[in-house]
Design a protein around this ligand. Structure first.
Ligand SMILES: C[S@@+](CC[C@H](N)C(=O)[O-])C[C@H]1O[C@@H](n2cnc3c(N)ncnc32)[C@H](O)[C@@H]1O
Length: 221
C-alpha cells in the first residue's frame, strides 16, 4: 500500500523554517513590528510590473507577497508569479492558499541553485530571506538571482541592514540574541550591502530605511 511521505525539504546551510510553517503568518507581524504589509506594498510599487511579466519571489515562506504579485499581473497566463523556498512545509502552506489563482506557482527550491533557465524572469523580489543565509550563500544566491533575471530586469530586496538609530540597534541585536543567528549579525555589520555591491548589478540603490534597521534595495541587471 502506498505511504504518504511528508514533503522533503532541500539541504542547505540556510536557516529553513519548516518548524515554523504552521505559525509563521501569526509570528511575522510581531517580528516586523506590524510593518510587513507596508514593506510588501513598497516592493510591489518599486517593481512596476507590467501585466504580462514574470516575477520570482526568493525565500517566499508562506507566499503572501507572491500571491499579491500574482494579483497585479494578468491572471490569464500560467506561471507568472513564482515563489520558491527550501522549506517544503512553507511551500505546502503557500500552495494550500493558492488554489484560486492560475498564474501563481510555488516550488521547493534552493536560492543558491535556482531551477530556472537564464533570463527567465522580468523581475525578482525577496523579503527577509537574506538574513537566513551566510556570506558565501548570499554571493551564490545573488549570482543565481542575476542569472535568471533578464538583462535590464529589476529586483527588490528587503532585509535587516546596518542599524541607523538606537531603536534600530535594539531591534536588530535583539533578533540576533533571540535566535543566536550569526547571519543577522552579518547583515548588521553590512555584509548584505557588500554582497549587493559586489554582485555585478548595473544599479544598486538603497531606496528607503525603516524602523532604524530594515532597508529596501532596488537593483537593475
Ligand atoms: C524569514 S522567512 C521570509 C519569508 C517571506 N519572504 C516573508 O517575507 O515573510 C525566510 C525564508 O527563507 C527560507 N530559506 C532559508 N534558506 C533558504 C535557501 N537556501 N533557499 C531558499 N529558501 C531558504 C526559509 O525556509 C524561510 O521560509
Amino acid at each position: 500500500m502506498p505511504v504518504d511521505r511528508p514533503p522533503a525539504s532541500l539541504k542547505t546551510r540556510g536557516r529553513t523554517l519548516d518548524h515554523a510553517a504552521s505559525v509563521y503568518d501569526m509570528l511575522a507581524p510581531i517580528m516586523t513590528l506590524g510593518l510587513e504589509g507596508r514593506y510588501r506594498r513598497r516592493a510591489i510599487e518599486l517593481l512596476q510590473l507590467g501585466g504580462h511579466e514574470r516575477v520570482l519571489d526568493i525565500g517566499c515562506g508562506t507566499g503572501i507577497l507572491t500571491r499579491q504579485l500574482a494579483m497585479v499581473l494578468d491572471g490569464s497566463r500560467c506561471d507568472q508569479a513564482v515563489g520558491i523556498d527550501a522549506a517544503a512545509k512553507m511551500i505546502a502552506v503557500a500552495r494550500r492558499k493558492a488554489t484560486d489563482l492560475a498564474n501563481l506557482r510555488f516550488e521547493t527550491a534552493l536560492a543558491e541553485k535556482l531551477p530556472y533557465a537564464d533570463d527567465s524572469f522580468d523581475a525578482v523580489v525577496s523579503t527577509f530571506f537574506y538574513h537566513h543565509i551566510d556570506r558565501d550563500l548570499k554571493a551564490l544566491s545573488l549570482a543565481e538571482l542575476r542569472r535568471v533575471l533578464k538583462p535590464g530586469g529589476r529586483a527588490v530586496i528587503v532585509d535587516v541592514d546596518t542599524p541607523s538609530s538606537l531603536f534600530g540597534k535594539l531591534c536588530a541585536w535583539s533578533g540576533y540574541w533571540l535566535f543566536r543567528q550569526e547571519e543577522i549579525r552579518e547583515n548588521i555589520q553590512g555584509q548584505l550591502r557588500d554582497a549587493l555591491t559586489c554582485a555585478g548589478f548595473s544599479q544598486v540603490q538603497k531606496v528607503s530605511h525603516h524602523a532604524g534597521h530594515i532597508s529596501i534595495f532596488y537593483l537593475e541587471n
